[in-house]
Design a protein around this ligand. Sequence first.
Ligand code: SAM
Length: 296
Amino acid sequence: MEKFTQSLTSPKALNDIISRHGFSFSKTLGQNFLIDRNILDKIIDGANISPGDNVLEVGPGVGTLTRELAGKAKDVVAVEIDKALMPILEETLGDLDNVSIVQGDILKLDLYDLIARYFDDERFKVVANLPYYITTPIIMNFLESGVPVDSIIVMVQKEVAQRMAAQPCSKDYGALTVAVNYYSKPRIITKAPASVFMPKPKVDSMVIALDRREEPPVLVGDKELFFKVIKSAFSMRRKTLLNSLSNLEAYTGLTKDALRSALNACGIDGGRRGETLSIEEFAMVTNSINDILKKD
Ligand code: SAM
């Protein structure tokens, strides 16, 4: 097949290819395509891809990022939900023999099956300019599912990146921060204004890398309880920790008094707000509640 030589970050080339294929952008699928070479280079640099790497891309669009990834990696698998993009991807990527396109919804595909089929169960990196309407479920699914992902380098809405990389006590610190930091180490790579996309989204963006941790930074006896504690601690930010955690009664069966004892036992003041607790302190609270549950 003939080599594809056009620059897909050129708005003219992009307009030309989509109009030849009669393609129109779908807002509901979060279709904002990258038209900035500089940001494309920053994503690729941030992903730090070696020639032996397997890369999974979510939402290749017209294949702009995919072509660059293919030039660096061993194998690239790109999962795209929109059937209308298939003929375009055939044209833009058909000359590359280390790229496979899978038509489907990344949230519905069996990730283990995908990794077995395309990467022989080897480790892989996720690199993507994510559709913003499902950023968090996509990232959490990769982190929680247990698939052998080494790092996730993604363009996301600026506010989401700031929440993932936030510090305790800041306004952006929340349940997402703690969950992401449990599995990975976030590092912001670059900001990207709306003007780097066609069409322009209403929000600014950031590229963030999540480097998967070998081991979680804290030891928790009951992971499900840990995430319930975090969720309820942040559910009502104006409430004290003790009052927020009282919402857990239906789950743990523990009264407010029992919760107070659990907090006292680990030396955490129930009058603090959830957003002041570090991940280590959330683990201490979880383990303390767990100790009481085990005694009952
Ligand atoms: N990678 C391209 C780029 O940088 O120009 C396109 C990025 S665009 C922000 C997001 C892409 O994700 C679109 O191509 C969209 O069709 C695709 N997409 C949306 N929802 C998806 C899903 N659930 N599974 C897989 N792809 C999805």
